[in-house]
Design a protein around this ligand. Structure first.
Ligand code: AMP
Length: 420
């Protein structure tokens, strides 16, 4: 009886050849883009103390309420697989005293993130994000810089059908007054709201704008808007961001109903979506979070960041992924099919010498006859085949169809020379 097979967990993807290469290409492009703008790479752990996300992302968010992969380790500590990157990067910023560095401190990251969401095309339970965070400046030019970087990344990756939406959520002071007004409005329409929106009227009334439910959406179309209630300073900040984007010819729409799924935002928020993506249209998004560092125990530090989803960038991109080239320069085969006597040892030594000389090499490992081994080498695209027969070594030039006896040194020299 054969054992039952085990499948990958729902909502996860195996990245086979071309898909892995496509991810790597995005990573390389992002690395170059961020380096050119002075962003330093940071890699934080895959898991963090659960408390970081409860405090950092906010208790009344979808992420913390129902999407976290939380577990206890052997000592009974509650840990969580990171569902997003901002809180961990902020934790690292505080923990390593980066506020003592000259501001702004600019960081970027890349890696897998985990959310227990309903899996569908473009929405996974493990997905990759690339993101950037900049700390220590409230200048609207920094908001424009992060938005421009997200737009540039999408452009470089040939993401099609792109729309950029922006809004301002004001500072927490101006938002507090607005929240009260919105709560009163929601209570007045309580019977028309979806149960989860009703349940959050006190804790997170703004999330009502995010609701998919049609009746709730109809109510929210008449709701008072935060954008109309900004303080003079917030409105001025938002106007400066818009002006800079205009100067840079970055097209955007103002979306007064744009509410990002995380609690920590203040002032500018933005989202880039693609018409190529269907229901899960968000490619990337972010915003300013001027109070978060303080909430996590650091000194008051204005900051802003964004994250983009790699799978979605690729789904919306017109670039076709290509597998990495793996053709060996040298294939090592055996004149008698199965290696005889010390042939296997000699083949292994030759393989190591070839790699050390910078020559991509592979050994025949499946006992193919010489004829089949040559056919296999041809299929792999190897221009040279070494044929070991007893003590003898021959080099076959596959393109010329010529074969000659030689020493190991001559063989390596011929291939290195031939490759030049
Ligand atoms: P967020 O942290 O929710 O603002 O997400 C930022 C970006 O990450 C989104 O615009 C998506 O591109 C991507 N993303 C978020 N959640 C998922 C998911 N479950 N699967 C795939 N991509 C995701």
């Amino acid at each position: 009886m054969s054992a039952t097979t085990i499948r990958a967990p729902r909502g996860t993807l195996d990245l086979l050849g071309p898909a892995a290469a496509a991810h790597e290409r995005v990573r390389a492009r992002a690395a170059a883009l961020f380096a050119s703008a002075g962003y330093e790479q940071v890699e934080t752990p895959i898991f963090e103390a659960t408390e970081l996300f409860v405090r950092g992302v906010g208790e009344a968010t979808d992420i913390v309420e129902k999407e976290m992969y939380t577990f206890e380790d052997g000592s009974g500590r509650s840990l969580t697989l990171r569902p997003e990157g901002t809180a961990p990067v902020c934790r690292a910023y505080i923990e390593h005293g980066m506020h003592k560095r000259p501001a702004p401190v600019k960081l970027w990251y890349w890696g897998p993130f985990f959310r227990y969401e309903r899996a569908q095309s473009g929405r996974y339970r493990q997905f990759f994000q690339v993101g950037a965070e900049a700390f220590g400046s409230a200048d609207p030019a920094l908001d424009a810089e992060l938005i421009a970087l997200l737009v540039s990344l999408a452009q470089e990756l040939d993401v099609r059908g792109v729309t950029l939406r922006i809004a301002s959520l004001g500072t927490s002071e101006s938002r507090a007054a607005y929240r009260e007004e919105l709560r009163a409005f929601l209570r007045a329409h309580e019977t028309e709201l979806a149960p989860e929106v009703r349940a959050r009227i006190d804790a997170n009334p703004l999330r009502a704008f995010d609701a998919k439910d049609a009746r709730t959406a109809a109510v929210m179309a008449r709701a008072p808007l935060l954008l109309d209630r900004l303080s003079a300073a917030d409105a001025e900040h938002f106007a400066a961001v818009r002006e800079l984007l205009g100067e840079a010819h970055i097209a955007f729409e103002i979306d007064p109903r744009l509410v990002r799924g995380l609690d920590y935002y203040t002032r500018t928020v933005f989202e880039l979506s693609s018409s190529e993506l269907g229901a899960q249209s968000g490619v990337g998004g972010g915003g300013r979070y001027d109070r978060l560092i303080e909430q996590l125990g650091g000194p008051p530090t204005p900051a802003i960041g964004f994250a983009a989803g790699i799978e979605r960038l690729l789904l919306a991109s017109s670039a076709q992924p290509a597998a990495a080239a793996l053709a060996p320069a040298l294939y090592i085969a055996f004149g008698a099919g199965e290696p005889q006597g010390a042939e296997r040892t000699r083949a292994f030594a030759l393989w190591q010498e070839a790699l050390a000389a910078g020559i991509a090499a592979q050994i025949e490992l499946c006992g193919r006859s010489l004829k089949r081994a040559l056919a296999h080498a041809d299929r792999l695209g190897a221009p040279y085949v070494a044929i070991l027969t007893g003590q003898q070594l021959a080099l076959r030039d596959m393109r010329a169809g010529e074969q000659r006896q030689c020493s190991v040194r001559e063989l390596l020299a011929a291939i290195s020379g031939g490759e030049r």
